[in-house]
Ligand binder design. Structure first.
Ligand code: ADP
Length: 398
């Protein structure tokens, strides 16, 4: 493939209520634009986009709620205007689930899309939204290469034991196993850490990706060994609105004894629990940290407690701990939460440097003391850049 100076890769990350996008210039993949459409379906939808310097290049608000289709149509129109002079060589998509078939990035065509559509029951709240823009672009620009990058792919390297439920083979054969998610974020962390400390190349690392969705991953030698998320992205840590790990008996009790519908239980687990459910106030960590309501503190305490327990479990899965990494909106910005987690992890040899932690550094930074047996890192999540890189590499290899 030949590259003109304005050739670029576009990345689309379509979630249940938002579409994030970014444009990366070849060959170095420097960011040219990024933006997002938010509040799809929920109310007044809004859009904003910035250039590489953070200057606003587009802003729009609608009085009504847009759906994904209308959102994509607007984005394509915006790109046609704003990307004048750029040539989009390929589009990379974040796709939550690749099932057992896809252990790496995949060029998307009709046959692959059909296979992915069969996985929708495994991720009903995310996958249809990930695939909708692929279909829309296939119709609008049939010749444009599209690449799928899967949140599950990084975890396909896990040992079989880490992926197994204690269920009969006939059930496992239905695809009911632990998959793990946030793989693009962990892959980025695994690739980034050794660049900052070569001693971490073969290290035992636990990374916490703490955003609206939250999970933790144990890695050894840059390979995923275990994850808190399992068959679906509701397992593991409490999240913004998801409950995290729940005794499965609770689900049966709610349906059988409390007469709740399956849809009602699903709504409870995905949309009404976690930080929002416990606090009764908000799913937003900033709101909880600013609140004096004891329920807000309880929600934060519960998150910190569960992170601590999962950290012990994940450290056991890799027989020790050399580095602990924080990422995602909460992990990158909440010095208070990092301090609480590290305080509880002192027994593992974690010693936070309070000044480095409080400084809330903007890029990759070590925030533990020089003498800490376990180094503690802050690594900003860069899933979009990872997708751009995969997409470019696949295009180059073609
Ligand atoms: P997503 O999973 O949707 O990509 P993000 O990674 O953007 O989410 O993380 C969103 C979370 O990060 C929210 O809970 C938000 O409150 C939290 N967050 C963002 N900035 C801060 C901050 N300065 N202090 C504490 N929490 C923050």
């Amino acid at each position: 493939m030949t590259t003109a100076s304005t050739d670029c890769i576009a990345v689309i990350n379509a979630g249940s209520s938002s579409i994030k996008f970014s444009v990366h210039v070849l060959p170095g993949l420097a960011l040219a634009f990024k933006g997002r459409i938010e509040n799809l379906y929920r109310g007044a939808t809004r859009f904003s986009a910035q250039d590489a310097d953070g200057a606003t290049v587009g802003e729009q608000r609608w009085p009504e709620a847009l759906d994904h289709h209308a959102g994509m149509a607007f984005l394509i129109d915006f790109a046609a205007r704003e990307l004048d002079g750029y040539r989009v060589r390929a589009v990379g998509h974040r796709i939550v689930h690749g099932g057992v078939d896809y252990s790496g990035p995949q060029r998307l065509d009709e046959a692959v899309l059909e296979r992915l559509e069969r996985l929708v029951p495994l991720a009903p709240l995310h996958l249809p939204h990930n695939l909708a823009p692929v279909r829309a672009l296939m119709a609008l620009a049939p010749g444009l290469p599209q690449v799928g990058c899967f949140d599950t792919a990084f975890h396909t390297a896990q040992p079989a034991l880490a992926r197994a439920f204690a269920l009969p083979p006939a059930i496992t054969d239905l695809g009911i196993r632990r998959y793990g998610f946030h793989g693009l974020s962990y892959e980025h962390i695994a690739a980034t850490l050794p660049l900052h400390d070569p001693a971490l190349q073969d290290a035992r690392v636990v990374a916490a990706h703490l955003g609206n969705g939250a999970s933790m991953c144990a890695m050894r030698g840059g390979r995923s060994m275990a994850s808190t998320m399992g068959f679906t992205a509701v397992d593991g840590l409490p999240m913004g609105t998801r409950c995290g790990a729940l005794d499965p008996g609770v689900v049966i009790y709610l349906i059988e004894e409390q007469g709740m519908s399956v849809a009602g239980v699903q709504r409870l687990m995905y949309q009404e629990s976690g930080l929002l459910g416990v606090s009764g106030l908000s799913s937003d960590m900033r709101v909880l940290e600013a609140s004096s309501d004891p329920r807000a503190q309880l929600a934060i305490d519960l998150l910190v407690y569960r992170i601590g327990r999962e950290l012990g479990s994940l450290a056991a899965s890799i027989q020790g701990l050399d580095a602990l990494v924080f990422s995602g909106g909460i992990g990158e910005n909440s010095a208070r939460l990092r301090a609480a987690v590290c305080r509880d992890a002192a027994w593992l040899g974690v010693e936070l440097d309070p000044a480095a932690n409080a400084a809330n550094p903007a890029g990759v930074a070590r925030i533990s003391t020089a003498g800490s047996r376990v180094s503690v890192w802050l690594v900003p999540a860069e899933e979009e850049r990872m997708i751009a890189r995969h997409t470019y590499e696949l295009l180059e290899a073609a």
